[in-house]
Design a protein around this ligand. Structure first.
Ligand SMILES: [Zn+2]
Length: 308
């Protein structure tokens, strides 16, 4: 016998509608999912061709909810087999409020995003997530994210973040995360904490020390990430720092799914980055974490490195 698991980091926004049995989760004992992570939520946004990484959740027909309440009503119309705790994605808000998300948001756009976020929180969203690593949100400065996060305390919402840099600049990203939390006076959760580039392999002790120090002044949590690979959309900058890249999906070459990027590149007589550009839009699993990074543990006690 085991209690139901809470899957704290998911992108199940669409699955709640497309597979209401929630088979992939329920079959693993998961009874609650937190959705809308990494800046990516299905609502509030109406768009035909969502830019990466929003396309992680699905294409053309899925981004059809002008406001969060409409999305929640659609979920509740035929309730899924498990519970959901939805977050609102910063990238989703940006794409909805800005004509060009590759720049910082202007004041009127921030106002629009704040209105949308407030309405979503009033409708039942649990907080705000950001994905500052991704090109469509990378240009957002702390001021923009903190301005949105300031809407959270009134609803006891939380702020979760896929940080700007989990590799060479992971320590600077931690500071940014803490600062955003302090400015907005909100609890922050660092998503899938890891040290994701050869330069920072072996620094998980420093990362945990910084988090412990910050916790003396503010509420900070993180998701333990017990893998040596990461999965996301095809991004050229992740290819060179990865030991291996496994293609998971490709819109232009569906037959590439499940294959090694290096093999495809060799067949095409291209570099892996060129091959990825040809495969995109698509997704991949990147082996970017040193096995000994699996030391990352909870605040109460650090896990021993796994023997390999
Ligand atoms: Zn993420």
């Amino acid at each position: 016998m085991a209690p139901g698991f809470v899957d704290v980091h998911t992108h199940d926004d669409r699955l709640l509608l497309s597979n209401r049995e929630m088979t992939p989760k329920l079959s693993q004992g998961v009874t609650t999912v937190i959705t809308g992570n990494c800046g990516v939520s299905l609502a509030p946004l109406q768009i035909q061709q969502p830019p990466p990484p929003l396309d992680l959740l699905g294409g053309t027909e899925w981004y059809r909810f002008a406001d969060f309440a409409t999305y929640l009503a659609e979920v509740e119309r035929k309730p899924p087999a498990i519970n959901a705790v939805p977050l609102v994605g910063h990238s989703t808000l940006r794409v909805g409020a800005m004509d060009d998300p590759t720049r910082p948001a202007r004041e009127a756009e921030i106002r629009r995003m704040k209105e949308q976020l407030r309405a979503a929180l009033a409708a039942g969203a649990a907080g705000l997530s950001s994905g500052l690593y991704y090109p469509i949100s990378r240009p957002a400065p702390i001021a923009e994210v903190a301005a949105l996060a300031e809407e959270l305390p009134a609803f006891e919402g939380i702020y979760t973040t896929h940080m700007r840099d989990e590799g060479d600049q992971v320590l600077a990203s931690l500071e940014e995360t803490f600062k955003t939390g302090r400015r907005a006076q909100v609890p922050v959760v660092i998503s899938h904490l890891k040290c994701a580039s050869p330069k920072v392999w072996g620094t998980s002790d420093q990362v945990l020390d910084r988090i412990e120090a910050a916790r003396r002044q503010q509420a900070v949590g993180f998701d333990v990430y017990p893998y040596d690979a990461a999965s996301t959309v095809l991004l050229p900058e992740l290819i060179e720092v990865s030991k291996r890249v496994l293609v998971t999906w490709s819109r232009s070459h569906p037959e590439a799914a499940g294959r090694e990027l290096s093999e495809i590149a060799a067949e095409w007589g291209r570099t892996p980055v060129e091959a990825a550009e040809r495969l995109g839009p698509g997704g991949a699993v990147y082996f970017i974490i040193n096995h000994h990074q699996l030391e990352v543990g909870g605040m109460g006690g650090r896990l021993k490195p796994m023997s390999s």
